[in-house]
Design a protein around this ligand. Structure first.
Ligand SMILES: Cc1cc2nc3c(=O)[nH]c(=O)nc-3n(C[C@H](O)[C@H](O)[C@H](O)COP(=O)(O)OP(=O)(O)OC[C@H]3O[C@@H](n4cnc5c(N)ncnc54)[C@H](O)[C@@H]3O)c2cc1C
Ligand code: FES
Length: 269
């Protein structure tokens, strides 16, 4: 429960309101599973749950990508190299990358949702030969809101990954797809009966992505989504993050659509 004080190594502005903060690892490194999160404490301001978004194989680099939306996230995003913050974690159940061995993998990201998915992508790419087709579908509000753009462009040059990017709206100079990310699902190349899907983004986007995947024949048990709820303890004690019968901090944040889908639909009514 006690945050450990760590130093910021460097920061990088990703988008107008999004920064990546690299934090020094602990003495024993910073082992984590793709999809897990840390509780980051901005001293004197407060704590927020932030996903770990670096490469799980690089135990010397602890990365978090933060959108400045309120008091705590703004303070975290403003941190500069050399400044201190508190870190607790890693917490939660992440993307079941091992469960996808031998299967096609469809990764669908909306906006900042690409950050929690990036460690899973690094793990898939590290053992590329152990999976079937890998398809990455990314949506952003506009071309200026595309997260990790240079990396996406690099991945697009690979012949063993299908990468599609779409934006909700764009000016005349945009030559790519326009439309919500779910419109990419119907034409993506994968075998629905042997597919595992990882989906992260706004709840409404995850719900409609899951509906489209199911229309193509992917089972709800094979669709994994990542939930966001306000966290306090992050260890299943306080009940703050309760979502139906689950605590998002310890039973999630990643869970199957088969388990959470009905509850997502009820919240939107
Ligand atoms: C498991 C988990 C992983 C997360 N990973 C990340 C991450 O990698 N990067 C990241 O930036 N955030 C992430 N979040 C969300 C982050 O924890 C919240 O944005 C943060 O707690 C907001 O705290 P605040 O004090 O800055 O804002 P608050 O004062 O709590 O909120 C300020 C305003 O912003 C709105 N708001 C809050 N959160 C969001 C949001 N995510 N998007 C849009 N509006 C919002 C609120 O409704 C409110 O109107 C994650 C949350 C969870 C549960
Ligand atoms: S944050 Fe306390 S139970 Fe999940």
């Amino acid at each position: 429960m006690v945050p450990v004080a760590r130093r910021v190594v460097r920061t990088r502005r990703e988008l107008s309101d999004v920064w990546t903060v690299e934090i020094e690892p602990g003495a024993d490194g910073c082992a984590f599973s793709p999809g897990q999160f840390n509780m980051l404490y901005a001293f004197g301001v407060g704590e927020a749950a932030i996903s770990i978004c670096g490469d799980p194989a690089k135990a010397d680099r602890l990365l978090h990508t933060i959108r400045s939306v309120g008091k705590v996230s703004a303070a975290l995003a403003r941190l500069k190299a050399g400044e201190m913050l508190g870190v607790r974690g890693p917490f939660g159940k992440g993307w079941p990358v091992e469960a996808a061995l031998g299967a096609d993998v469809v990764v669908i990201a909306g906006g900042l949702g690409l950050a929690p998915l990036r460690p899973a992508l690094y793990s898939l790419f590290a053992e590329r030969e152990r999976y079937g087709r890998i398809v990455l579908l990314c949506g952003a509000r506009s071309p200026d809101d595309i997260l990790f753009r240079a990396e996406l462009e690099h991945w697009r040059t690979r012949l063993d990954i299908g990468v599609e990017v779409t934006v909700d709206h764009a000016g005349r100079d945009w030559r790519g797809n326009v439309g919500v990310v779910t419109t990419l699902i119907s034409r993506a190349a994968f075998d629905p009966a042997h597919t595992v899907a990882f989906v992260c983004g706004p709840e409404v986007m995850m719900r409609f992505a899951a509906i489209e995947l199911q229309k193509r024949g992917v089972a709800g048990e094979a669709i994994h989504i990542s939930m966001e709820r306000n966290m306090k303890c992050a260890i299943g004690h306080c009940g703050h993050c309760q979502f139906g019968g689950d605590f998002v901090c310890k039973d999630g944040p990643v869970a199957t659509y088969a388990r959470l889908g009905r509850r997502l639909a009820m919240r939107e009514l």
